[in-house]
Every structure is written in C-alpha cells, then in structure tokens.
Design a protein around this ligand. Structure first.
Ligand code: C2O
Ligand code: CU
Length: 488
C-alpha cells in the first residue's frame, strides 16, 4: 500500500536532485557482511517430463553470518524452487502439495491455459492437500515461472522464497544455434532483494524494497562461465524494484526473447530494463574475454526517473533501501575456457511472429490506475479487488485492445493472465525494440498510457475468472487487481 508518504518522497526527491549533484557513492554495493567475498550462484535443479510433483514447505537458508533465515521452498529447496522443463504441445500433469501450515496457490505465470488450471487466487491449495491441474502446454519456447498467488498472501509467500522458473522448449527454438546447456552456457537468473531483521529473518511486513540482492537466492553471487556466447534467462522477481541491466564494461548484448518467446531477431542493446514479473533471455559474448578475467552484470539503477521502482533516494523505511538510486552488482562473472561445441555467433533471424496490430482490435477497454493517495491503496477504476466481482467480460475469440492509464504517483508493472499480448503504444514515446515481442507483463510509467492487443482464444468459462493486476505483490495484495471472464 502506498501511503501519502510517497508524496513526501516525491517532494524530497525533487529537493535532493534540484539542490545536489549525485553524490559519489553511487557505485557502493552493500555486501552481506562487509566482505568482498562472493558466493557461488545457486543453479536450481531441473525437473523434466510430463508429470511434475511440487511440494511447498518451510525451509531455511544460511544467508548471513549467524542464525539461518527462515524461508519457503519447493521440493526441499531452501529458497526458490526447481526449474521445470516442458515441451510445447505436451499434456502435463501437475501435482502441487502444500506442506505449509497455511493456504497457498501455484500460478503458472504466462501460460495460456483454462482459468481453473491457472493457479490464481481462486485455486486454493489448503494446508496438507495436493492440487492436481493438468493442461496442454500451448506457449512458445521461452522462460516462464510459477509462484504463489493467494490473495493478500502473495507478497509474504514470495518474500519467503516460494517460486520457480519454467523453461518451455519447442522445435523452432531447438533448431537454432543457441546456448542451451542448462547451468553451463544457459544460466537461469532470478533477481530479487531482501531486507533482514536483526535475527536474520526476512522482513515480511509491507515494504517496497530489500536491501541486499539475491540472485537465485544467493547473496553476492558469482558464476564462472565459458569463453563463448552465454545465455541468461533473467526474471525480475522483486517486490517493486526495476532493474536497468548492463555489463560493467558497457559491452553490447542481445535480447532474444520477451515474456512469451523469441523475438523475430536478436536486438543489440547495452541496457535492458525489466520490471517486476518480466523476463528476458539475453546472449552475451564472452569469447573475447581472457580466461581468468571477470566482469559484472549490474543494475544501473542510479538516476532513474521517479516512479521507476527503487529510484527513491532514501535508504530506509517503507520506500527506502540500501540499493535505491544506485548502480549495483547483481552477478560477478569469472571467465574460464570455452566448452566443446561452443556457440560462437548470434543467429541473425530467430523466428517469424505475426503480431496483433492496433487495427486488429474489435473491442477496446480502458483501465485506470486510481487511489494510492492519502493513505489509501492503489485500485483499478476506483474498485479494490473483490473475490466475487467480475470487472471485465471478454467474448471468446475477440481481439481486444487494453489501454492502461496511469495518471498516478508511481510506476507499476501490469500483468494479464491467459494471453500474450503485443504492446502497440506508449504515450511516453517509442516502444523499446527489446520489448517488441510477445509480452504478458509491462512497466507503466508515472503519467503514462500504454495499450496492448491480444486475442482471447481457446478457453472460456462462465464462472472461473482470469486475473489482471499490478505485479508488485504488495500492490496486488492491497487490491490493485481485477478479474475477467472469457465467455462464449
Ligand atoms: Cu505472476 Cu497474476 O501473476
Ligand atoms: Cu503497482
């Protein structure tokens, strides 16, 4: 919930930046215990096939010196769960067991499946029970994820570490010469941050930002990678923080996927911004690096526009963080010798997408971000989320344009279940080429209007809704969520 203190923050931000030049501590990276020692990046184990058993339970992890940190994890993981690897076209059976002492849900983020299989707030898994959805995987090859989605508990369960990646494979992606040896030249990278209490437990009362970066649940993470093209599958799994990612020597790299699969062609960039819930797969060329050399993947988060999560100047409190308005390292990379059959080039062409155009839409709906002031929660169209309220009704097989209007005090991350869409306009200016592909989540700036187009096909139900919401889990929990039915 954003309180009026945000207005105070906005005001103090203007004071800070109108009076002072950026201080020289922009590159200071807080370290977990003041040392410069790195910890090896944890690579989640994989599960493949068509039958997936997931069990969520309490766990703990040694993160800081002293007491371990109480966490949640799937399948015995201490923070963040196994990576599921699934083939497009397979019919999969999921068995999700809840061994917590509280209710949860498990949502398959980005999947195009029936609402009742979706794992949103309505598909509750009571403590001690197993939920068994099954569905055909229709999505393109790409990087997706699963996470709890229980209304009013999403922030807390995510903060404890519940979640995992899903890699979908398909024949188009498999035919390309791309790095795909998981953990060797194809690296899962889940970025988030946490705040710690003095007993080393995570702070789970509402706050926007952690103070210490966790990469796959690893503090001060390092990885040793071969001297060749390497792929990262990056997910922003934060609360509110955005990441403006780049490498410490400003080298170019290539964005090859958006949330919903391959772009038509790789997009060369030196920075890519990921809001909460967004994914991008990138290729970076390490072939010219020296064996034994190193570089950093960094968040170049200093001096971002107000409303970009983590741009606030303060270092503590509900909207403060030791990482705010700074450039900081998210992953230290050491370079070793190339592997056999290394990938040494970037394909010039990836796939051929046929995207929806604005003119394809036969129905337009406008959703406004409201509230968020004078101690109130953010809302859509002045309605807080209601479990039994259907906010939108979509006719099956309609191509629709959804226009999200954010005449409000902060940026957000907007996510729609069921579909992958194409961003067709941003009132702030051009759509970045690296976000020109299939998306299920997008960053919306303060004062911005963004339109997306999608077809709502395949799955209809008169009773089971899909969600749309801000993917900041604290905003979603506080009511910045709505639901829609797709009916025949
Ligand atoms: Cu990533 Cu509605 O969820
Ligand atoms: Cu939000």
């Amino acid at each position: 919930m954003l309180k009026k203190s945000l207005l105070v923050i906005a005001v103090s931000w203007f004071i800070v930046f109108s009076c002072n030049k950026q201080s020289d501590d922009t590159n200071v990276t807080p370290s977990n215990n003041g040392s410069t020692a790195y910890n090896d990046l944890w690579i989640p184990p994989t599960i493949t096939g068509t039958n997936f058993d997931l069990t969520l339970a309490k766990s703990s992890k040694q993160l800081k010196t002293g007491a371990t940190t109480p966490t949640y994890g799937y399948n015995g993981a201490s923070f963040w769960g196994p990576t599921l690897i699934i083939n497009k076209g397979d019919f999969v059976q999921m068995n999700v067991t809840n061994n917590l002492s509280e209710t949860t849900t498990t949502h398959w983020h980005g999947f195009h499946i029936p609402a009742i299989m979706d794992g949103g707030p309505h598909q509750m898994i009571e403590a001690g029970t197993t939920w068994k959805p099954s569905f055909e995987v229709k999505n393109n090859a790409g990087t997706y994820w699963y996470h709890p989605h229980l209304h009013e508990k999403t922030f807390q369960q995510l903060t404890y570490g519940a979640g995992g990646l899903i890699i979908i494979k398909d024949p188009i992606e498999s035919a390309l010469a791309l790095p795909r040896t998981y953990g060797t030249d194809d690296i899962p990278l889940v970025l988030t941050s946490r705040r710690f209490n003095s007993d080393n437990s995570f702070t789970v009362t509402e706050h926007a930002y952690g103070d210490y970066v966790l990469a796959n649940g690893t503090l001060d993470a390092q990885v040793t990678l071969p001297k060749q093209y390497v792929r990262f599958r990056i997910l922003n799994a934060e609360t509110e923080r955005g990441y403006n990612l780049g490498f410490s020597d400003n080298r170019s790299f290539y964005v090859i996927t958006n949330d919903g699969g391959l772009l038509d062609a790789p997009i060369a960039v030196t920075r890519v911004k990921l809001a909460v819930g967004e994914r991008a797969e990138i290729l970076v060329d390490l072939s010219k690096d020296a064996v034994g050399g190193s570089l950093d993947l960094k968040a170049y988060n200093a001096n971002q526009e107000f409303g970009f999560g983590g741009s606030e100047p303060q270092t503590s409190g509900q909207f403060g963080s030791l990482l705010n308005n700074k450039d900081f390292t998210v992953l230290h990379i050491n370079v070793k010798a190339a592997t056999a059959n290394a990938i040494t080039a970037v394909p010039s062409k990836l796939t051929t997408n046929s995207y929806w155009k604005e003119s394809d839409a036969t129905k337009t709906r406008t959703i406004s971000i409201t509230g968020g002031q004078a101690g109130s929660a953010f809302t859509f169209d002045n309605n807080t989320y209601g479990f039994t309220t259907m906010n939108q009704n979509v006719k099956l097989n309609t191509v629709e344009k959804w226009t999200v209007v954010n005449n409000n005090i902060f940026g957000h991350s907007f996510h729609i279940h069921d579909i992958q869409f194409k961003i067709v306009s941003r009132s702030s200016g051009a759509i970045a080429p690296y976000e020109s592909g299939w998306k299920d989540t997008f960053y919306i700036r303060t004062g911005e209007t963004v339109s997306v187009v999608a077809k709502f096909d395949d799955f209809a139900s008169d009773t089971n809704p899909f969600m749309y919401h801000c993917h900041f889990p604290n905003h979603e929990d506080a009511g910045l969520m709505g639901q829609f039915l797709v009916t025949k």
